[in-house]
Design a protein around this ligand. Structure first.
Ligand SMILES: C[S@@+](CC[C@H](N)C(=O)[O-])C[C@H]1O[C@@H](n2cnc3c(N)ncnc32)[C@H](O)[C@@H]1O
Length: 199
């Protein structure tokens, strides 16, 4: 499990972060065809629940957010949303049954997890056949640049190139539905392509 540094924690809970998520990231994911209405949605690394607030405006069937920082979950619960927030590690989603989720969303958390491949496998496990995943992640190069400027102190052992992430998604059984790149970040939409492997 990896906690955020104090600097990144403040940045992630700032008005600028919410502005970017609302005005840039959500319009982008909509242009990529991601929809929430009527779906069972899981967000890993849900942070303070701002994305949950935006997702719930679209009336999903259910929403569960997991995070490893209790203080993030406390902020999320304080929003009073019709949502469940759980203290859980994305590499071991013990409370989420296999093939129970329609859409998994990942807003920039895999680069905090040295065992990020395990988190991808868990996302695959919990998705129904035909379920979708939406991921935003920085490329390893951009992350190094970020850390040298802002001193956010991401764990080096969790740093990966986007091409490694996309290769992992493909070998885990995801079919790519769309992908784009901006400001050192990759934005990916995929769907489970095959029957789930036996776990
Ligand atoms: C960079 S923040 C992003 C927060 C939020 N998704 C956003 O876009 O503002 C990464 C979040 O992932 C959480 N996190 C880190 N490692 C995790 C893990 N192994 N399992 C679940 N959450 C994790 C952190 O506590 C933090 O809230």
């Amino acid at each position: 499990m990896t906690r955020l540094s104090d600097r990144e924690y403040r940045a992630m809970n700032s008005g600028l972060r919410r502005f970017l998520q609302r005005r840039y990231e959500f319009p982008l994911l909509r242009r990529m065809g991601v929809t929430f209405t009527g779906k069972d949605v899981l967000e890993i690394g849900c942070g303070s629940g701002y994305a949950a607030h935006l997702i719930l405006l679209d009336a999903p069937k259910s929403y569960v957010g997991v995070d490893v920082m209790p203080e993030q979950l406390a902020l999320a619960r304080r929003r009073g949303l019709a949502a469940e927030f759980r203290l859980e590690d994305a590499t071991h989603l013990a409370s989420v049954p296999s093939a129970s989720i329609d859409l998994v969303v990942v807003f920039g958390i895999l680069h905090h997890i040295p065992e990020w491949r395990g988190a991808v496998a868990e996302c695959r496990r919990v998705l129904r056949p035909g379920g979708e995943i939406y991921i935003e992640e920085p490329d390893g190069g951009a992350l190094g640049w970020f850390d040298s400027i802002f001193g956010w102190g991401h764990p080096r052992e969790a740093r990966f190139w986007l091409r490694a992430l996309y290769a992992e998604l493909e070998s885990s059984g995801f079919e790519q539905l769309g992908r784009t790149w901006a400001f050192g970040f990759g934005f990916y939409r995929g769907r489970t392509a095959r029957a789930a492997p036996p776990f």
